[in-house]
Design a protein around this ligand. Structure first.
Ligand code: ZN
Ligand code: ZN
Length: 147
């Protein structure tokens, strides 16, 4: 499948490359999302120029403002079906640090994010990890909303 690989800030302005990479294999606890749209936000610009590096992995797939259609659902995942349209809240809070316990998950000290620690949406299929599903970050969209 096609993916935009971030080679790292050192290569600016040639740090993105469209490459063919293997389609992710959907595990029993995961969802495989067929990407429909991935927006560019200000953080993407900062990643592109190298101003933002925290959590960004060299030779990874970024893109964290994403929505798509569920292509596969792991056998142990409840509540989601193939064909549903979903958006992904990209910041995954840990749920047990002081910030999370006071209802400020956005300030979580241990947060992970799609497009950072996990491959993001600048690819044809993105794997949604278990902790993203369990934390309620997979948000169903009205039917037909991304057709
Ligand atoms: Zn963003
Ligand atoms: Zn936390």
């Amino acid at each position: 499948m096609k993916a935009v690989i971030l080679h790292g800030p050192d290569n600016y302005p040639n740090n993105y490359e469209v490459m063919d990479i293997p389609k992710p294999v959907c595990g029993d606890e995961e969802i495989l999302l067929h990407m429909r749209a991935a927006a560019l936000c200000g953080t993407d610009k900062r990643i592109f120029t190298g101003a933002k590096t925290k959590g960004v992995r060299k030779d990874s797939v970024v893109g964290h403002e994403i929505c798509g259609e569920i292509a596969e659902v792991g056998k142990n995942v409840q509540g989601f079906s193939v064909g549903e349209h979903v958006s992904i809240a990209n910041v995954i809070p840990c749920g047990h640090c002081p910030a999370c316990l006071s209802g400020r998950e956005n300030a979580c000290m241990n947060r992970k994010a799609i497009g950072y620690e996990f491959n993001g949406g600048f690819e044809e299929y993105v794997l949604i990890p278990k902790i993203c599903i369990e934390s309620g970050n997979v948000v169903k969209l009205p039917e037909g909303s991304i057709d």
